[in-house]
Design a protein around this ligand. Sequence first.
Ligand code: NAP
Length: 284
Amino acid sequence: MILVLGASGNVGSQVVARLGERGSRARAAFHSADKAAAAALPAGITPVVVDAAEPASLRAALAGVTRLFVVSPATPDLSRHEANAIAAAQAAGVAHVVKLSIYPAHEQYTFGRAHCASETSLRQSGLAYTLVRANAYMQNFVNFFAGSIRAQGAFHLPARDARVSHIDLRDVADVIVETLTRPGHEGQAYDLTGPEAITYGEAAARLSRALGKPVTYVDVAPADFKRAMLGYGAPEWLVDGMIDYERLCIEGGAAAVTDTFARLMGKKPRSFDDFARDHRHLFG
Ligand SMILES: NC(=O)c1ccc[n+]([C@@H]2O[C@H](COP(=O)([O-])OP(=O)(O)OC[C@H]3O[C@@H](n4cnc5c(N)ncnc54)[C@H](OP(=O)(O)O)[C@@H]3O)[C@@H](O)[C@H]2O)c1
């Protein structure tokens, strides 16, 4: 039995769908009881409600579970909530934990620090583990920019001409399911990137081609970005973390291209053009 945390999220929902397609037995953990009740899950997958801040809910969801997928949203609670999940997995005798982490996994930026603390908890737990470290998702363009691309044909970031080797989160989910369902991934850390590092200007040009309408990348000052994001109601920790991440990208910290996906999956990762073509209906 596999427990998938964050089943309503970007990655967790794709992991649940793939486990369903494979006919795996799994529990899909939802934070909200309403989402758990409304979820249309594949056969063999049952919903459960978990609050990672509440160890008792994790322990209950882990009864009889042998493999656990850990994901937390990007909040200041990430490492504390994941430590709770790891402690509950130890108590339940879970055989293997797969954690969604971030690429690059080092402490020189806010999100990296949170994930490094969590990676350390998992390594020190004595549990068998796999770290799936993903670079920025291509789907961030949908989640963060689709609204402004639909309304203004533009998106804004304080990223100058940074190159980023974005990865399609469908590929991230494929690797997570591979590591959850096949042996041989214990003790491994997988740095996942897309097939090339592109600037946001190049991403805009590719979206323009796929959408058949002009899309422009607007480089903005960090202070202006922060003011706008706070105005939309984004939490300050997240906005500061995003600005810090763009600083890392400007310094070249997210531009490397790895062959990890191809080695693991025996095929090329999806390109930004693949992503743009498959998601063009979401950009208007
Ligand atoms: N965005 C990127 O480019 C990128 C790249 C690499 C790594 N990451 C990492 O990916 C992670 C986020 O993954 P994602 O995009 O799949 O997340 P997401 O879409 O924000 O989903 C988070 C999930 O966690 C659930 N959740 C929230 N609070 C919870 C709690 N207290 N207890 C239990 N579950 C809770 C949410 O449920 P509700 O829907 O009910 O709130 C949701 O299902 C972060 O750790 C981030 O650092 C992101």
